[in-house]
Design a protein around this ligand. Structure first.
Ligand SMILES: Nc1ncnc2c1ncn2[C@@H]1O[C@H](COP(=O)(O)OP(=O)(O)OP(=O)(O)O)[C@@H](O)[C@H]1O
Ligand SMILES: [Mg+2]
Length: 162
C-alpha cells in the first residue's frame, strides 16, 4: 500500500523549518500533502491564498508534494484523503507535550492513522512562524530562515503598511 502522509499546520508563513520537514517527508513517503489549516488564527499575516501560493511555488519541482487546505477535525480530513500518516515536526522538548497529547487524541479518534514525528536540521530547530513575524516586524534579518519568496512577501507587506 502506498504511504500517503498529511503534514498539517498554519504555515503563516512557511519557514525553512517547515521546508526541511516536508523534504524529509517527501523522501520517506510516497506522497505528502501540506495541509494548511483554515482559520487557525483569527488574523493571520498571510491570507490562505498567499500561503497556498507560496507552498506551491516552493515545492513546484517536487512531484510528490501536494498543497491543500482543510478545516475541521484533522483526522476527518486525513480519512477523506485516504491518507495513513500524520507528520509533525519536533523542535524541542517544549513541542513534545502538546504534540504527544494531540497524537494520542488523534489515535483515540482514528486508530488506524499513525503520527510520525521528524526532527529538522539543527540549524532550523529554533524557528517558528511566530518568531519570524516578530523578528521581521522589529527590523531583524530573516534571510536564510524562510524561503526567498516569503522574505520578499514580508517586505511587500511592510512596504504596503507605511
Ligand atoms: N523549525 C521547525 N522545525 C521542525 N518542525 C517545525 C518547525 N516549525 C514548525 N514545525 C512543525 O510544523 C508543524 C506545523 O506547525 P505550525 O504551522 O504551528 O508552525 P509554527 O512555526 O509552529 O507556527 P506558529 O509559530 O504560528 O505556531 C508542527 O508540527 C510544528 O511542530
Ligand atoms: Mg506552532
Amino acid at each position: 500500500m502506498p504511504t500517503l502522509a498529511v503534514y498539517p499546520g498554519s504555515f503563516d508563513p512557511l519557514t525553512n523549518g517547515h521546508v526541511d520537514i516536508i523534504e524529509r517527508g517527501a523522501r520517506l513517503f510516497d506522497r505528502i500533502i501540506v495541509a494548511i489549516l483554515v482559520n487557525a488564527e483569527k488574523s493571520p499575516l498571510f491570507s490562505m491564498a498567499e500561503r497556498v501560493d507560496i507552498a506551491r511555488a516552493v515545492f513546484k519541482n517536487h512531484p510528490n508534494v501536494e498543497v491543500d487546505t482543510f478545516d475541521g477535525l484533522l483526522v476527518d480530513y486525513v480519512a477523506r484523503r485516504q491518507a495513513n500518516v500524520i507528520v509533525r515536526g519536533l523542535r524541542a522538548v517544549s513541542d513534545f507535550e502538546y504534540e504527544f497529547q494531540m497524537a494520542l487524541m488523534n489515535r483515540e479518534l482514528a486508530s488506524t492513522i499513525e503520527t510520525v514525528f521528524m526532527m529538522p536540521a539543527v540549524k532550523y530547530s529554533y524557528i517558528s512562524s511566530r518568531l519570524i513575524k516578530e523578528v521581521f516586524a522589529l527590523g531583524g534579518k530573516v534571510h536564510g530562515l524562510v524561503p526567498d519568496m516569503v522574505e520578499a512577501r514580508l517586505r511587500e507587506k511592510q512596504a504596503a503598511r507605511v
